[in-house]
Design a protein around this ligand. Structure first.
Ligand code: HEC
Length: 264
């Protein structure tokens, strides 16, 4: 009896040792398989849908960094953000593609787990937007994702654009999509491409109106045509963060809307 009991205990002990060993092994595997955080990059134009290289923090490091003082997304004290210029990142990410394809990208879509924002490409060229990977001394990536900052406080010009406040900053960027306006807003593209004034208006419309109306469809503009013509500066419902724009701007918008209503 005693002998078999102690033998039984011996077997149990051995089994425990084996079990602990396997547990450790599987833990180690899970730990070693944990991937470093990456920003996924995608090309998504009318003709092509393709995953491009995903970027780790290490891979972002060789890009030229810029530092800017900005108020954090969550409000509160200003902080020093640092990271590659967004334009440099875009150039690097699209490097292998033919020029023609690169030139088609005019819309950048940034996604976090909760939210997405769409930014006209011209804005990141005009203003030194960055993909922030550091805030103060803290690496933003240690918590996970990269954050994107549009330097609206340090670039006064940005405030004069007819753009909404706080639309162009996103915390925790997990995916960047290089895309084309036409893909999302094809209905606003003029069929008649022979009226230069209307085409200028189309560009303004896409770059300016869509900044705010991306997630708030404008719908049919026909009912507004008369008001846009008679009260160009005041027809638009008052909305937060919208500075006034000049006459030239509205002339373009007017001819665009006229042409668009006509083609409908
Ligand atoms: C700064 C952000 C912003 C910009 C830029 C902007 N809009 Fe709006 N727009 C709004 C908001 C917000 C409303 C809703 C206002 C309300 O209902 O009080 C609105 C309302 C409208 C409406 C009425 C229908 C609706 O959706 O409620 C039309 C039409 C419209 N916008 C067209 C335009 C056009 C055309 C342009 C470009 C020339 C433009 N918007 C630019 C923010 C903007």
């Amino acid at each position: 009896m005693k002998w078999s009991e102690s033998r039984f205990n011996g077997i149990l002990n051995e089994m425990n040792t084996v079990l602990v060993f396997f547990l450790l092994l599987s833990n180690f595997q899970a730990w070693s398989q944990q991937e470093p955080f990456k920003v996924k990059v995608k090309l998504s134009t009318l003709k092509e849908e393709r995953e491009l290289k995903s970027w780790t923090l290490e891979e972002l490091k060789p890009l030229k960094y810029k530092r800017i003082w900005e108020t954090p997304f969550t409000g509160g004290q200003k902080a020093l953000y640092a990271g590659p210029r967004f334009e440099g990142f875009l150039d690097e990410a699209l490097k292998g593609l033919p020029l023609e394809q690169r030139a088609k990208v005019d819309l950048i879509i940034l996604k976090s787990k909760e939210k997405e924002i769409r930014i006209p490409r011209y804005l990141i060229r005009k203003y030194p937007a960055i993909l922030a990977v550091k805030k103060g001394k803290k690496r933003l990536l240690e918590k996970g994702p990269v954050a994107f900052v549009m330097p609206k406080e340090t670039t006064p010009g940005l405030k004069k654009e007819w753009l909404p406040e706080n639309l162009y900053s996103l915390a925790s960027v997990t995916q960047v999509e290089f895309s084309q306006y036409e893909k999302y807003f094809g209905e606003w593209v003029l069929k008649n491409r022979s009226n230069p004034s209307a085409l200028r208006g189309e560009k303004r419309f896409v770059q300016t109106c869509m900044g705010c109306h991306l997630n708030r469809p404008i719908g049919d503009l026909s009912p507004y045509l008369e008001k846009i013509q008679s009260h160009p500066q005041t027809w638009h419902p008052a909305s937060e963060g919208a500075p006034s724009v000049n006459r030239q701007f509205w002339r373009g918008i007017q001819s665009f809307v006229k042409e668009w209503v006509y083609q409908k």
